[in-house]
Design a protein around this ligand. Sequence first.
Ligand SMILES: Nc1ncnc2c1ncn2[C@@H]1O[C@H](COP(=O)(O)OP(=O)(O)O)[C@@H](O)[C@H]1O
Ligand SMILES: [Mg+2]
Length: 262
Amino acid sequence: MSLVCLGSAHGSPGVTTTALALAATWPEHRRCLLVEADPFGGVIAARYGLGDTPGLSSLAAVGRRGLDDDVVWQHAQQLPGGVRVLVGPASADEAHAVLRDLAGALAAWSAAHIAVDVIVDCGRLASGFPAAGPLLGAGALMVLTRSSLDQLRPAAHRVGSLRHSGVDASLLLVGDQPYGVRDVTSALGVPVAGVIAWDPRAGAVLTGTHGAVRDLRRSPLVRSVGTLADRLAIPATGPDVGEDLDPAPVIRVAEVAREAGS
Ligand SMILES: Nc1ncnc2c1ncn2[C@@H]1O[C@H](COP(=O)(O)OP(=O)(O)O)[C@@H](O)[C@H]1O
Ligand SMILES: [Mg+2]
């Protein structure tokens, strides 16, 4: 399995959009689940005209003490295009409570299911011990930031403190103007996992604001996320859906960061 967490430190850099695009472009031979674990409340159900249930709330009602093999899939919904998602509750209070109860069990479920890759939208990463804490420590974490000082600096601080606590954290740039990977790594001293193209048109389609879905596939945003998905997923030689093999080595975000910075 591969557990990839996405979050932010400041503003709204595009975490939900990128997580969704990552799940949509994840290599087809791998089974992928998107988890909306934003403690400030979920938006995916509203954006895609789905109900809040089934989702994290209904899963929490049955899974506090541990998650059976199939129970997670029973609470997932399917987005147009086929992405399977555990939507988060819209209310921040409920999201917080549900994540406090469920994050540990979900991290354990993910670790036990080597043929499933889990992408987690962790939303804003609050300081201290976040509700989704057990998920952050269980995989690779990318802190998204636009290429502006007001987002870069808090994001770099968050990455630094998470790495200090042992989390495999790095930055993921949304756009590379005016500051690109080399500027950021040399000035801020934290690893950068890659760059997602700055692409307001595709962003608007993915957030359901306007635009045609057929334009998405060749968009800079989806192409850049697809490249990242290929690098993060277990290589094609790894276990396929349904195969019960030893876990193949996951390409860790740290390795991706070294490549991006080289
Ligand atoms: N790569 C991108 N390029 C341009 N705009 C984007 C990109 N990703 C997201 N957006 C836009 O940014 C806004 C916030 O996106 P969202 O994914 O909800 O952010 P977050 O989850 O970080 O709050 C939306 O209007 C979305 O269309
Ligand atoms: Mg979001």
